[in-house]
Design a protein around this ligand. Structure first.
Ligand code: GDP
Ligand code: MN
Length: 346
């Protein structure tokens, strides 16, 4: 594993893409933030960092989503940090509400068991709603109807490095679908039936499996076989989705839509605690060409408690190569080597 060093393709720094070239055409893209009014204080430093390191050169619009209206203070203080346009969008009830086929009794019962198994947040219904929205709803919001690429940002995350090229243009010009930053193992207890449901779906739709898929990565049991056992076949290794730079055309494809609807009906967003990270990762691993998935190793990033920290003079505030700040046992949660084993670091 070598998370260190400059990006491999100096070509994307050619004049055409240079940040100071006013003629460089902008891509159809937005910075995308699902956030609560109460999280404003945690969001401002994050926004300031991303503006300073990157977006003041490109001025991509920000789009904020919430299931309740944003306050005037929220709007004022976020817009104050950027020259770019800020959009404040309300999530429609039918995108956020727990679906009516979910039984409340069964939800209460099953989350009790999840809690006994130490699955974080399982009794918090809004957390389940958030995971479902991030899995299968956000890209259907009318405000994103004409938008193709997004960069997902959360309050409290940190960005450490100057980024002097247009990452959205990189995605488009290199025909990439999905960009990730950190790869982690998940808690198998949060997704016991996700892989079995996936296998059922695949049996009904073998045509969706891409010929250059990452199935071997999804089922790799070499490093932590106990995870595959508890998750019934899935290694739980996933792209950590609090960071995503991606093309919504993939989520809007028939394959993904059918897959999401299958999972949604199966109920695991509520009866278990399926995260959008394993759902996105499994779908990408099965239905997409692995060569369209890109590791943004040059974007220094932290979401507590993990880091991606390049060794570059463009970065400050993290230690080159560091993955965690706290207890060393966190190191074993890193599963990027699994990905590189099959796909490489390009
Ligand atoms: P974690 O990263 O898994 O610990 O989950 P977070 O608490 O960071 O939530 C993920 C993202 O969803 C963050 O951007 C939160 O601000 C946002 N979020 C989570 N729950 C809600 C909610 O109920 N309403 C809104 N509007 N945003 C939420
Ligand atoms: Mn978070």
């Amino acid at each position: 594993l070598d998370p260190i060093g400059e990006p491999p393709e100096p070509l994307w720094r050619a004049d055409k893409y240079a940040a100071d070239n006013p003629d460089s055409p902008r891509i159809n893209a937005t910075l995308l933030v699902l956030v609560r009014n109460e999280e404003l204080k945690d969001l401002l430093p994050t926004m300031r960092q991303l503006e300073e390191h990157w977006n003041h050169k490109f001025n991509y619009p920000w789009t904020f989503f919430n299931e309740v209206p944003f306050t005037d203070e929220f709007k004022r203080r976020t817009q104050d940090l950027t020259k770019a346009k800020c959009n404040y969008e309300l999530i429609p009830k039918e995108h956020w509400a727990t679906p009516d086929w979910i039984s409340h009794e069964l939800y209460e019962e099953s989350t009790k068991i999840l809690t006994e198994n130490d699955v974080q947040y399982s009794t918090k219904e809004s957390y389940h709603q958030m995971c479902r929205w991030n899995s299968g709803m956000f890209y259907h919001h009318p405000a994103l109807k004409d938008t193709r690429y997004y960069w997902r940002v959360e309050p409290k995350v940190q960005f450490f490095c100057d980024i002097d090229y247009d990452v959205f243009r990189y995605m488009q010009d290199h025909n990439k679908t999905y960009g990730f930053n950190i790869n982690l193992y998940d808690a198998p207890e949060s997704i016991p039936s996700l892989w079995p449901e996936t296998i059922k779906f695949l049996a009904a739709h073998p045509e969706y499996l891409h010929e250059n898929n990452a199935m071997k990565w999804l089922v790799d049991s070499e490093a932590r076989p106990e995870h595959n056992e508890k998750a019934h076949g899935y290694s739980t290794c996933h792209f950590w989705s609090n960071f995503e730079i991606a093309d919504m055309e993939f989520w809007r494809s028939k394959a993904y839509e059918d897959y999401f609807n299958h999972l949604d009906r199966a109920g695991g967003f509520f009866y278990e605690r399926w995260g959008d990270a394993p759902v996105h990762s499994i779908a990408l691993g099965l239905f997409e060409d692995v060569s369209k998935i890109h590791w943004f190793k040059d974007i220094g990033y932290n979401h507590i408690p993990y880091y991606n920290c390049p060794n570059s003079p463009k970065c400050r505030g993290c230690k080159p190569g560091q993955f965690y700040a706290g207890e060393p046992w966190l190191q074993r949660e890193d599963c990027r080597p699994n990905w590189f084993k099959y796909v490489g670091t390009g």
